[in-house]
Design a protein around this ligand. Structure first.
Ligand code: ZN
Length: 224
């Protein structure tokens, strides 16, 4: 049984027959982290893969363990946020682009991870409100405060309990991830220390919002 993030049907599970056969054409198309075309048969809620052909395999033998772990975390994120039909295409586009940038190895993996986490949350309806301080409307300061449970922003005068401090660089990056058009989503850079800070914050946010213990994230944090 495999899990598929589809373009217009959300996340589905489907049975694949004969996939263990080494010569199976469906073998590579149905392997982990492949972008494939599927011909499915449905009976009620049950899907069976009739035919499958691979467009792109993102990982193969010898792939880097860190990028592979982040990619598996993206799968868990999609499984937990579970896009419904009308969100599905945007989810798929996001994951495909993130996997592309991750395997290209030209961008910081922490930054790609943070972009994906926060944007997945936005698509699924968990967008934080980063426009200005929720108390007084101050747009930005050297340090602002982010409230993890409801995703609101505060200045130092208005800060509440359960807030974490964020630097201006991290705030600007978060605003870009939340509010930019998809075409510009990956078009920014921040220093690696800020990318790491951002990545820790976005993972705390999605963990808080979903109340889910991501096993793939725990594994990742065990190796980096
Ligand atoms: Zn304020």
């Amino acid at each position: 049984m495999i899990t598929i993030i589809t373009r217009d049907m959300g996340v589905i599970t489907a049975f694949v027959r004969g996939v263990k056969s080494f010569k199976s054409k469906r073998g590579s198309a149905t392997s982990l982290l492949s972008f494939s075309n599927f011909n499915l048969e449905s009976k009620g809620d049950t899907y069976t893969v009739l035919e499958a052909s691979v467009n792109k395999m993102f990982f193969g033998a010898g792939s880097d363990i860190v990028t592979l772990s982040i990619a598996q975390y993206f799968c868990e994120l999609c499984n937990i946020f579970r896009p419904v039909e009308n969100e599905s295409e945007e989810f798929l586009r996001l994951v495909l682009n993130s996997l592309h940038f991750l395997t290209e190895n030209k961008r910081s993996p922490e930054l790609i991870k943070a972009i994906t986490e926060l944007r997945v949350a936005v698509i699924a309806g968990y967008a934080p409100n980063l426009v200005a301080c929720d108390g007084c409307g101050e747009f930005e300061d050297a340090v602002m405060y982010f409230k993890l449970d409801d995703g609101t922003l505060y200045c130092s005068n208005c800060r509440k309990e359960n807030c974490v401090s964020i630097t201006l660089t991290v705030l600007q990056a978060m605003r870009h991830i939340v509010y930019s058009k998809f075409e510009q989503l990956y078009s920014f850079e921040i220093p690696e220390t800020a990318a790491k800070e951002l990545s820790i914050l976005t993972e705390r946010y999605v963990t808080y919002q979903t109340e889910h213990k991501f096993t793939t994230l725990e594994f990742l944090r065990g190796i980096i």
